[in-house]
Design a protein. Sequence first.
Length: 164
Amino acid sequence: MIIRGYREEDIPAMTAIWNEVVEEGVAFPQEDFLTERTGAAFFGEQSYCGVAQQGESGEILGLYILHPNNVGRCGHICNASYAVASGSRGRHIGEKLVLDCIEQAGRIGFRVLQFNAVVASNIHARHLYERVGFTQLGTIPGGFRMKDGRYEDICPYYIVLAGK
């Protein structure tokens, strides 16, 4: 498996994976699905998008988006989201995506990577973030509305990027 910047031909697979996570309703705040057209615009407006590609088959297994978290005097802080196809989970693809994202964020010139809304019950993501050096900022009670209508706590995280 390789992690690389996305290409136009990846957009259908990226859109499908993104929509799968939106449909699950337990991780992304988005509720609207992407089409290939809106997906192309969405992925194109990011500072960087990385994909996990199966080496031999070329299949896209996961992706991330990286973009500023704020503007102006806080524009050096970035934010990212990660999505792995349900059939490819449990293979450490998310970890490879996170590590590449950290590297790309520093290369672009961001100083801090911050996650605004990690759902408290997303234990696998939280363990991964903590294992690679992220710090939890606290807990926001009821900050995420789950697909079933329940409200769940969210846990913001951050990491200071190397050399910044």
